[in-house]
Design a protein around this ligand. Structure first.
Ligand code: UD1
Length: 416
């Protein structure tokens, strides 16, 4: 399949522009069907997950237009077609069609979601949200059947915050009768983005970004033009790269308020960053310090940057640890980093990294999206040539990654 080939150890300089957030757009596209008039989404990332979601819209007879600037979605002829093709299983975020179709039609049949393997990824909290709103469900043969005579707003108490379940419950609740309150809601910026989008379409939502979100059901939603927030994980990835190779690197079009955890971590590692409005300049550090990282829900250190910072910590002088608290099996990249010369020991949900070890170019496999990105960063700092197999995982989440890196002088290309 797709391979990325990198000749490493080249200092990088110039500007990388950050695109719209993957974890927003993958919810905004399904959310768009809640409006029967035209929705335009600007600043969308050019990633394969987006194109799969657009294909899924076409199965629902929703018409779409994609330009370089925006995606236009017109659901005026939408049909409640069962979404049973394998496309649904190719990404995690296809689960947002559950909430959106349930909200719109009160019943739907879909294939269960897929996405990166990071350990078991249940959807029980999504179903708990729907059930509380008066929906019945059945799961059979990889298909899920959702059915409600009418959706009725209620109080929903989640045992812990889940990004997906919070957004899915909002999607189902915006057109429900009465008032829904989500307790222990997730607080990620992408949740605020989805709530802002729905609000611009006429929904009544308050509290997004806090642990309590209130939704007052409305009869219908209208069209809107919307600009997606910058991708904090893409920005974090390039900040980490800049800390290793920036001569300097300038990361533009960011919202630094969303980057607190990664900026403070880089600072602890001795990395110099300069923030100027929506731009951050990052210089490589010739003596990276070790640190201990524990992933957490927002505003804590994001699990989506855990694998990528591990690559940086292989270059820190001393012993670092990374503890993963969100997923049970998110260290698949470490075996590949070890092949490249890293000294990493995996101990349950914690990795211990002894640095600094020079990395050497090798043939490795991207097993998941962020793990793949961690290998790309490793390839860029390694001596010699690195070949990353199964690179399609990386393209699921990084907009124009090859062009962006070539623009800052990286020696990188795709190959078959
Ligand atoms: C979203 C992001 C993903 C990110 C994660 C945590 C999208 C498309 N993906 O994933 O990039 O890594 O947030 O920031 O936005 N859980 C349950 N039952 C459920 C739902 C979740 O047990 O019904 C568990 C999960 O297994 C995990 C934890 O809750 O251990 C958090 O998951 P959640 O916040 O729901 O992540 P996702 O929405 O899957």
């Amino acid at each position: 399949m797709n391979k990325i080939v990198i000749k490493g150890s080249v200092p990088l300089e110039g500007i990388i522009n950050i695109d719209g957030a993957k974890n927003s757009i993958v919810a905004l596209i399904p959310a768009s069907i809640l409006s029967k008039s035209i929705v335009r989404i600007y600043n969308y990332p050019k990633i394969s997950d987006v194109y799969v979601l657009i294909d899924i819209l076409q199965e629902l007879s929703v018409s779409t237009k994609i330009t370089n600037e925006y995606i236009e979605i017109n659901s005026s002829n939408i049909k409640n077609t069962p979404l049973t093709t394998t496309k649904m299983g190719s990404l995690r975020a296809s689960y947002y069609f559950m909430g959106a179709l349930l909200g719109l039609f009160k019943n739907t049949t879909l294939r269960l979601p897929g996405g990166c393997y990071l350990g078991p990824r249940p959807i029980d909290l999504h179903l708990k949200g729907f059930e509380t709103l008066n929906c019945r469900y059945d799961i059979n043969n990889e298909l899920i059947y959702l059915q409600a005579d009418k959706l009725i707003g209620k109080e929903i108490h989640f045992p812990f915050p889940s990004v997906g379940a919070t957004i899915n419950t909002m999607l189902a609740a915006v057109l429900a009768e009465g008032e829904t309150t989500i307790y222990n809601a997730a607080k990620e910026p992408e949740i605020v983005d989805v709530a802002n989008f729905l609000t611009q379409m006429g929904a009544k939502i308050s509290g997004a970004g806090t642990s309590i979100i209130k939704i007052i059901g409305v009869k219908e939603l209208h069209g809107t033009d919307y600009v997606v927030i910058p991708d904090r994980i893409e920005a974090g990835t390039y900040l980490i790269l800049g800390a290793l190779l920036g001569n300097p690197l300038e990361i533009h079009r960011v919202n630094y308020l969303h980057l607190y955890a990664i900026l403070t971590t880089l600072n602890k590692c001795g990395v110099k960053t300069y923030i100027n409005d929506d731009k951050i300049i990052v210089y490589n550090s010739n003596k990276l310090l070790p640190t201990d990282i524990v992933t957490d829900v927002y505003p804590g250190f994001p699990t989506d940057l855990q694998q990528i910072i591990t690559t940086l910590l292989t270059q820190s002088h001393g012993i670092s640890t990374v503890t993963e608290t969100i997923y049970s099996d998110r260290f698949q990249n470490c075996q590949e980093l070890i092949k490249m010369g890293a000294n990493i020991v995996i101990n349950d949900n914690k990795v211990i990294i002894k640095g600094r070890t020079p990395l050497k170019g090798s043939e490795v496999v991207a097993k998941d999206l962020r793990g793949g990105a961690s290998l790309a960063i490793a390839g860029l700092i390694a001596e010699g040539t690195t070949i990353i197999n199964e690179a399609q995982h990386i393209l699921r989440g990084y907009s124009n990654i090859i062009e962006k890196l070539q623009n800052v002088k990286a020696n990188i290309h795709m190959s078959t």
